[in-house]
Design a protein around this ligand. Structure first.
Ligand code: HEM
Length: 468
């Protein structure tokens, strides 16, 4: 009787469980794929002493995320997650367990962080992006041309300002020291969150990580201080509680007055979470650029597209997306190849998957690596082919098994902003520069983050475009 038995899997060692099996591959997800060939599309594995289940095909993944989403809405209780969010991971939208508070937080965020294409909010996203692109380009022009330069910090600052302009109606100078540090801390945290550590599963290793944990807490508290002093204090002073919220920050502050279940801490962390989303976008821009510089024909096609749509005399904006399927497809293809993991889920009740019993507290790993690069799902998965996302009539098509932002009740709230901002930043970069690299970037598999200090690029201005 499958219902009462747990899924098969490797026999755990005392104390370490089967954690050693993951170290034999570049990413744990490659190890999961290999193990699924032995134990099947669903298998059990102990990491440290923590019981985990890995699901490896789309049918089972949908069962976890959608059909039985309510049973698997929890998140792992890793010490690192607590350190990042003021000692309690439930302060974080992405790392908390499912709760009615989470439902409220998601619903406040939805209007601002998932704006529909035809909404007023979307018009604001467009305006904010155009405004910031002017500053971004003037900063880029200060860089020495035709020599290796660090592009990432400038891309991150542009993304951060697009976010703070949109969500908090404010922005910062690129040479503002506090702003620069905070953008760096956010990026460090984004890199950090994308790494897996043995200490997550073997908390008794914690003393060896004491310095690291302290560093993480410090980054997080510096960010919090900045947001309070440079964003929230000012907003509170000018907020009209009877008026219409000017932005996401106003909406959060007004909600605090109305909802007894929300406290001050919730507001600050929610704003911080969403402002922090800019790092994900900056990193995705860099990951996509790493692919574009490797395939000059891809860059040439993007340039042709942006030149023909803008006529070379204005910036690309997000309403150009429909007319620029190749650029959009390039981002999807980079995201597919990067194969960013889905945050692990946790069973909040005793349940079952694929007929196998899954006990409350079990961590569920969603092997989306297989969905992104498996032979069963894609033709020539190793090739970088944006065309695979374009239909014969020139529209974007995404197969249902392609779920880089996950699906179900904990699906990514920021995915629309990713698509809008990443698109305009990339299109603007290729519109203005021929971009090459002094050394081919080496990216980590199964990761949409590049290290805070990453590859350099060489910018060569394209023909002078005085109008833009
Ligand atoms: C490269 C860009 C991004 C990728 C690939 C990505 C992907 C994901 C994935 C896979 C999840 C987990 C969903 C699940 O557990 O089922 C997630 C959750 C989340 N994402 Fe994103 N994301 C990106 C950018 C952003 C941005 C820019 C924001 C905010 C503006 C954001 C906000 C969130 C939030 C709040 C959650 C947690 C939702 C919840 O647990 O209820 N993400 N994202």
């Amino acid at each position: 009787n499958k219902k009462s038995s747990t899924a098969p899997g490797p026999k755990p060692w005392p104390i370490i469980g089967s954690i050693h099996l993951l170290g034999q591959h570049e990413t744990p997800f490659q190890a999961f794929t290999e193990l699924s060939k032995i134990y099947g599309d669903i298998f059990s594995i102990n990491l440290g002493t923590i019981p985990c289940v890995v699901v490896n095909n789309f049918k089972l993944i949908r069962e976890v995320l959608v059909t039985k989403g309510a049973d698997f809405g929890g998140r792992p209780d890793f010490m690192r997650f607590h350190k990042l969010f003021g000692g309690d991971r439930n302060n974080s939208l992405a790392l908390c367990d499912w709760s009615s508070l989470q439902k409220t937080r998601r619903s406040i965020a939805r209007r601002y962080c998932s704006p529909r294409f035809t909404s007023l909010q979307c018009d604001k996203v467009k305006a904010v992006a155009i405004e910031e692109l002017t500053v971004f380009l003037s900063e880029l022009k200060k860089l020495p041309m035709e020599t290796p330069v660090d592009l990432k910090p400038i891309v991150l600052k542009a993304c951060a300002n697009m976010f703070t302009k949109y969500m908090c109606s404010t922005s910062f100078a690129y040479d503002d020291k506090n702003f620069s540090s905070v953008v760096r801390y956010f990026d460090e945290i984004f890199w950090e969150i994308n790494q897996g550590y043995a200490v997550d599963f073997m908390p008794w290793l914690l003393p060896m990580y004491a310095g690291h944990m302290k560093k993480i807490s410090n980054w997080a508290s510096e960010i919090r201080k900045f947001i309070l002093e440079r964003i929230i204090d000012e907003h509170k002073a000018t907020l009209d509680y009877d008026g219409i919220p000017r932005d996401f920050t106003d909406a959060l502050l007004m909600h605090l007055e109305e909802d007894p279940n929300m406290n001050w801490q919730h507001i600050i962390f929610e704003l911080e979470d969403f402002i922090g989303g800019h790092s994900a976008i900056g990193n995705l821009v860099m990951v996509t650029l790493a692919a574009v510089v490797k395939y000059p024909e891809v860059a040439a096609k993007m340039q042709k597209e942006v030149d023909s749509v803008t006529g070379g005399n204005r910036y690309p904006n997000l309403f150009d997306k429909e007319a620029m399927p190749y650029t959009e497809a390039t981002i999807w293809e980079a995201l597919r190849q990067a194969s960013s993991p889905i945050v692990p889920h946790v069973a909040s009740v005793d349940s079952n998957i694929g007929g196998y019993a899954v006990n409350k507290g079990t961590i569920i790993f969603i092997n989306n690596y297989e969905l992104n690069v498996g032979e069963a799902y894609w033709e020539e998965p190793k090739k970088f082919k944006p065309e695979r996302f374009i239909s014969s009539d020139g529209n974007i098509i995404k197969p249902t098994h392609f779920i880089p932002f996950s699906t179900g009740k904990r699906t990514c709230i920021g995915q629309k902003l990713v698509q809008y901002f990443c698109f305009v930043v990339l299109a603007t970069l290729v519109q203005h520069f021929d971009i090459t690299v002094p050394e081919t970037p080496k990216l980590k598999h199964g990761c949409v983050a590049v290290p805070p200090d990453c590859f350099k690029v060489i910018l060569k201005p394209r023909r002078e475009r005085s109008q833009v």
